[in-house]
Every structure is written in C-alpha cells, then in structure tokens.
Design a protein around this ligand. Structure first.
Ligand code: FES
Length: 96
C-alpha cells in the first residue's frame, strides 16, 4: 500500500576523523566539542534523530586533516577549522 506522505529524507551522518593526524593539538576534539551543540539543536527532542554525529579512526586522507565527511551527500571537508563548522552544517546538514 502506497503512502500519500512524501518520503522522509535520509538520515544525515557527520563523520569526524579523530585519528592521530586529524587530532594533532586536539583539533578534532575541538571540532567535536563545537559540533555536538549544533547537532543537538538540529535534532531537538525527536525520538529518531535526523542527524548522527560519528567518530572515525581514520578516513584515509590524513595529510589533509582535520577531515569531516557528511553522508548521504558524500561531502568531504579537509583542513576543517572551528570557524568553518557553522557554514558546513548550514549548507550540508540543516534542512532548507
Ligand atoms: S587520521 Fe584522519 S584521515 Fe587519517
């Protein structure tokens, strides 16, 4: 039986590399610390969270770190700084 409701958008995943190269000087830890409230704000209190924040041990692009990949868009961000996060989330994670 087909539903009249539009399909729900795929769950978005933000994967932050916390490997040894991406986390030099705790840069990845600082990104995660800044990302958590942004993701919490998007998710709100709903049971099935639309955005999931994940940690990777290595994304195989160590020289370009800190690295973040956003799925399902397959959007890759290299040399990520805390100042870049709001734009990345606004452009690739928040629903418009
Ligand atoms: S340590 Fe981050 S991509 Fe390898």
């Amino acid at each position: 039986m087909a539903s009249d409701q539009p399909p729900k958008p795929a769950r978005r995943r933000i994967v932050v590399c916390r490997g040894q190269f991406c986390n030099m000087d705790r840069r990845a830890d600082n990104l995660l610390r800044r990302l958590e409230p942004l993701v919490d704000e998007i998710n709100g209190d709903v049971y099935l969270k639309p955005v999931k924040l994940e940690i990777a041990n290595c994304l195989s692009m160590c020289g370009a770190g800190p690295n973040i990949v956003i799925y399902p868009a397959d959007a890759v961000f290299n040399h990520v700084t805390e100042a870049m996060l709001e734009n990345i989330i606004g452009e690739h994670v928040r629903e418009k």
